[in-house]
Write a protein that binds this ligand. Structure first.
Ligand code: DGL
Length: 420
């Protein structure tokens, strides 16, 4: 008889099933969307592999920054407490941003979550495999190392794909750790010991999945805490504005104010008895605009209608640091963590981004060379012999100018690791 959990998870695996079987049918990892199934044969070799991190684009670099800078454990004793040495200093990371297929947060609004889920499992397969494309090449090479852990840095991808990837790893029988940002974000809410209400700011897709209210409620509930009012607001504009996308011409502050107002109204509609206290930054980009978001709530509080609804001092939850802590614990527990003095097979981190495979017949591009928006959002899963994007090294030329500025100014460890 199936367990309740298995029954609950069953529908999640259905859409990824073809991809799981496809990868199994190509165990040498030469075909698109497959990986070398022998890469994790020896436990000792596995430990020396890098850690994969993926996002829909460059927003997940906020999570990579947390991974590169975390220092909350003693590296020798594993006891809590900083020791002046970054907790992952021995490890190396491979970052992948699925820039060609983003924003992930908008697939649910056009009823394409099946396709989104396929994209997310493909992201994991890319990190697991050796297959990647050179910057200008039309044929893949097989020199990229596989990974021992996958961090889903994207909130939307965690919402729609975490269980699929975990189930796929189980089906493939590979000893790979899979960590997402949502469970970690919910634990941060618990640790924040919030006394007021909770607001989640995220993409439209993440909010449609209701993953944050569900996970926060169960995390607080299991810890024996009462669950306060949780409201959420999905934005289709804020992430793009933070990246400086020309499609969103207003200032980040203006979009932040609009979303803060909508979140406060959603909170009011729940008839709360305590003010909105804790704001979960449930999108990779939002930690980069925390100041603008906090200012937006402060501005709202100047209006009489919001004064008692919003707490005077708000707590912001950025799931990135808790994700880094969770990865550290998981690696240590599974004995996959590199110890001081040991080295990874990579001597430096690697970065990849997806770009349209312009040589492929049948893909449609927009004037700026990206996938055409209508084409992008009309695709269906199941075409596993067709690659309309390819994953190439992330070079400065591939990072939009505004994003490069953000990374340089706000994510210094990532910037340094990029070789800047
Ligand atoms: N990375 C996405 C997230 O954290 C935001 C951008 C997108 O919609 O792709 O949800």
């Amino acid at each position: 008889m199936k367990t309740l959990t298995a029954l609950l998870l069953l529908p999640l695996a259905v859409h990824a099933a073809d991809l799981i079987e496809h990868a199994k049918a190509h165990p040498d990892g030469k075909a698109a969307f497959s990986f070398d199934a022998t890469a994790w044969g020896d436990a000792e070799a596995t430990r020396h592999l890098p850690i994969g991190v993926f996002d829909s684009g460059i927003g997940g670099l906020t999570v990579l920054e947390a991974l590169l800078t975390l220092d909350v454990f003693h590296n020798d004793t594993l006891q809590p407490g900083a020791d002046g040495v970054a907790d992952f200093s021995q490890e190396r990371f491979i970052y992948f941003g699925d820039q060609a297929n983003m924003p992930y947060g908008n697939y649910s609004a056009v009823q394409r979550t099946d396709y989104l889920r396929e994209l997310i499992v493909k992201d994991a397969i890319f990190l697991l495999g050796r297959r990647a494309y050179p910057t200008d090449g039309i044929a893949p090479h097989f020199k990229k190392p596989p990974v021992k852990a996958i961090v889903i840095a994207c909130n939307t991808a965690t919402a729609y794909g975490l269980e699929d990837i975990r189930q796929a790893a189980e089906a493939w029988k590979i000893p790979v750790i899979v960590v997402g940002v949502v469970e970690a974000g919910a634990r941060s809410v618990l640790e924040s010991k919030t006394t007021g209400g909770i607001g989640v700011l995220a993409t439209v897709g993440t909010c449609a999945s209701k993953v944050y209210p569900r996970t926060i409620a169960s995390t607080l509930g299991l810890a024996g805490q009462s669950v306060p009012v949780i409201a959420q607001q999905g934005s289709a504009t804020l992430a793009g504005a933070i990246e400086g996308d020309a499609a969103f011409p207003d200032s980040v502050a203006a979009y932040a104010l609009k979303e803060a107002r909508a979140l406060a109204e959603a909170y009011r509609a729940e008839k709360p008895t305590a003010p909105l206290q804790t704001i979960v930054l449930g999108c990779t980009h939002y930690p980069l605009a925390k100041e603008e978001i906090d200012t937006a709530f402060a501005t709202l509080r100047q209006e009489a209608a919001f004064r008692d609804l919003i707490a005077e001092h708000r707590t912001f939850v950025n799931p990135a640091e808790a994700t880094a802590r969770e990865l550290f614990r998981e690696l240590a527990t599974s004995k996959l963590r590199l110890k001081p003095g040991e080295v990874c097979v990579l001597d430096q981190g690697l970065f990849y981004l997806s770009v349209p495979r312009v040589e492929e017949v049948g893909i449609q591009l927009s004037g700026d060379g990206n996938l055409d928006k209508d084409y992008k959002y009309s695709r269906s899963p199941g075409h596993l012999d067709f690659e309309d994007t390819k994953n190439v090294p992330l070079t400065p030329a591939l990072i939009p100018v505004n994003s490069a500025k953000l990374v340089r100014e706000r994510l210094p460890a990532v910037w340094k690791s990029l070789g800047k």
